[in-house]
Ligand binder design. Sequence first.
Ligand SMILES: Cc1cc2nc3c(=O)[nH]c(=O)nc-3n(C[C@H](O)[C@H](O)[C@H](O)COP(=O)(O)OP(=O)(O)OC[C@H]3O[C@@H](n4cnc5c(N)ncnc54)[C@H](O)[C@@H]3O)c2cc1C
Length: 396
Amino acid sequence: MQPIIIIGSGMAGYTLAREFRKLNTEQALVMICADDAVNYAKPTLSNALVGKKAPEQIGLGDAEKMSTQLNMRIEKETWVKNIDAEKHELTLEKDGQTSTQAYSKLILAVGANPIRLAIAGDGSDDIHVVNSLIDYRAFRETLEHCTTGECGNKRVVILGAGLIGCEFANDLQNTGHQVTVIDLAPQPLGRLLPQHVAQAFKENLEESGINFVLGTTVEKVSKTERGYIVSLASGQSLVADVVLSAIGLQPNIALAKTAEINTSRGVITNTLLETNQADIFAIGDCAEVNGTLLPYVMPIMQQARALAKTLSGQTTTVHYPAMPVAVKTPAAPLTVLPAPIGVEVTWENEEFDDGMLSKATDADGTLRGFVLLGATAGKQRLSLTKLVPDLIPASV
Ligand SMILES: Cc1cc2nc3c(=O)[nH]c(=O)nc-3n(C[C@H](O)[C@H](O)[C@H](O)COP(=O)(O)OP(=O)(O)OC[C@H]3O[C@@H](n4cnc5c(N)ncnc54)[C@H](O)[C@@H]3O)c2cc1C
């Protein structure tokens, strides 16, 4: 029998391999990935500075170690260029050489790619993104590089006041860097928070020293002797030693399209994580499961557990309980459970000395989401989560 092949060595790929091996130690398993296959927890990247973690301390195991641990062949630095769904065959490219590889079952765990703004100027190529440990190494090198004799703290401009932009802002600020966050939206975490919570969240981060420039965008980044000049659409300009873009991710659907797999924003799957092509599944940031994209850790754990069972012969649908996301901004501790897209909700608010709680209820009065800002509100996380109905019920 041909091997089961997992494409991608991110959290989705490795969690699935681990869950599968708990159930089946025999079946041949192969992981193919474009990167170096180092196993790491991506969420660590946005609070590694304050945790005094060097990039080399973030990796949990290299390809060799993971291959032994999971009894799995790992083909690293190998691109999957094409899928022939009918022949159950992949076209691979490594070091300019092309080869083919047959599969029995195929799992796309190919993640999401950072969105890049078209920005003018000779400094635009130097803008960092951090969506992998490899990106993070490059970012840390620039951050720790001595410019014009200066080795100390840097002026960092972050494009994007979303979850990842705010987490990096807090981590950099906490370790002495000067941080300015720019976003086109009038508030941080625009899509996740009601306006009054976003305002309080922003004020907490500002009190810690983070500067926000909202309602505008970056037009140009130019290199000069004294640093990068970041020119904004508002006419304002800022000087920076490092520019980081965190304006969002888009699921990687290009490979799926080579096999005529149905895609929307992500690779479309049903609750069994099956695509429309026989024996091809998708999980992680690339997957749009039952109409929902949830690019977070908890959904990956749920997907991997269900798919591991299915691949071992026990067909199992994914269970999505309510899965709140903790935002790693210690200056403004925040937990968010967004209401499902398309559900009309009304917000009910409660204020505390150190924050606030907002509950999103639907027309029937059912709790569908919430936002908890500060330590007092945070204590209600578990009790509120229990009240929110499952997004996808467990199979019976
Ligand atoms: C800075 C940061 C902080 C975060 N913090 C949190 C948090 O606190 N809580 C939370 O819940 N979530 C958080 N997230 C989100 C979470 O980390 C992601 O949901 C998760 O890591 C995605 O894993 P993945 O395996 O789906 O994708 P990825 O990690 O992107 O892995 C994709 C893999 O696919 C490979 N690949 C892609 N295309 C090909 C191809 N054609 N051929 C071969 N290989 C290919 C890549 O090389 C890579 O190995 C954070 C994300 C970031 C960026």
